[in-house]
Design a protein around this ligand. Structure first.
Ligand code: SER
Length: 320
């Protein structure tokens, strides 16, 4: 019987992963936690509690008391926000991970940990097209540095303490349930909301800048599959590259035009465009696809179909 702790259950990934895991392991066995209020479908249908992952004593008590066997640690300060408060972001991103790794090491019942890394681990010296699993890595953002350091710590705990920790380097994640906050890839979600709400969008990334993306449905499938795969099949103990496809704001704007004729996009690149400039255009995730039998289902057209419809429904609910 698995008993799963989700740290960051109210966020963009957590709010969907919690529901996905509850449908597999049962509502009562997935403990959603966050420092923020959770959406009603998470709070009402299974356990939800306020838990600050920075409080290591509270964390270990929670894990022991609830006989937790798996931990998903999803809380982080994203790339754009991290640049505004670098030392605080470093403190939160690193110490929260260290608290989780220590708890997993100390509590025998905890058998597996999931922690997301990011394409932000790459930097300008990494080949930009099809960025390989193993490469030169010189991230230039606080977020990227913290994710790369985190990957090294995960591998250290795997080697030194035989901890089963699994990880994916997520690209930009596109979703409609919960909006991301403070990331460089947030434009790929904002564009759909503004298209439906206002028929126009001012993008903080330049028109032709191509970035790797993945639809949330595919990301959840990949994450669950990674966690369910037999440990002996995993050959990567830092973090696997993963991607869906690569797109630029100009391409998304054109595709939105299928639904919203006259949709207008204008460009006002800010500091996040410079962050994006240091990140890959596309990702080689062949190692992940070989170790885990997975491939994405959603391409840009399918995503636009779903996003426009779901954002419309959501906004209609709010206004009614
Ligand atoms: N979506 C993240 C960000 O933009 C990248 O992993 O910060």
């Amino acid at each position: 019987m698995e008993r799963i702790l989700i740290v960051g259950a109210s966020g963009q990934i957590g709010s969907e992963l919690t529901l996905g895991l509850r449908s597999i392991y049962g509502n009562e066995n997935v403990y959603a936690t966050d420092v923020k209020e959770a959406p009603p479908d998470i709070k009402d249908k299974g356990p939800f509690q306020f838990l600050d992952v920075m409080d290591d004593k509270h964390l270990i008590h929670f894990v022991i008391r609830n006989k937790i066997t798996q931990i998903y640690h999803l809380a982080a300060v994203l790339s754009g926000n991290a640049e505004k408060l670098p030392t605080q972001a470093w403190h939160i991103n690193m110490n929260s991970l260290m608290n989780i790794l220590e708890v997993a090491k100390l509590v025998d019942e905890v058998k597996k940990v999931f922690w997301p890394s990011s394409i932000a681990v790459f930097g300008k010296s990494t080949p930009r097209k099809n960025s390989p699993q193993l490469s030169v890595m010189e991230p230039s953002t606080v977020y990227g540095i913290s994710k790369l350091a985190g990957e090294r710590w995960c591998e250290y705990y795997h080697k030194r303490y035989d901890l089963d920790i699994r990880s994916l380097r997520y690209p930009g994640l596109i979703s409609f349930k919960t909006e991301p906050g403070g990331g460089t890839t947030d434009w790929a979600v904002e564009i759909y909301y503004d298209a439906v709400k206002k028929g126009s969008y001012t993008c903080f990334i330049e028109a032709g800048r191509t970035m790797p993306m993945l639809f949330m449905h595919d990301a959840i499938q990949a994450t669950v599959k990674l966690m369910e795969t037999d440990r002996s099949k995993l050959t990567c103990h830092t973090s696997y590259n993963i991607t869906g496809f690569s797109i630029s704001p100009g391409q998304v704007a054109d595709d939105i035009g299928r639904y919203i004729p006259g949709f207008k996009i204008s460009y006002k690149p800010d500091f996040r465009n410079s962050i994006a400039e240091s990140w890959p255009h596309s990702i080689d995730d062949s190692l992940f696809r070989a170790d885990i039998d997975w491939k994405p289902v959603f391409d840009l057209k399918k995503i636009t179909d779903v996003m426009v419809e779901e954002v419309r429904k959501k906004l209609l609910k709010i206004t009614n």
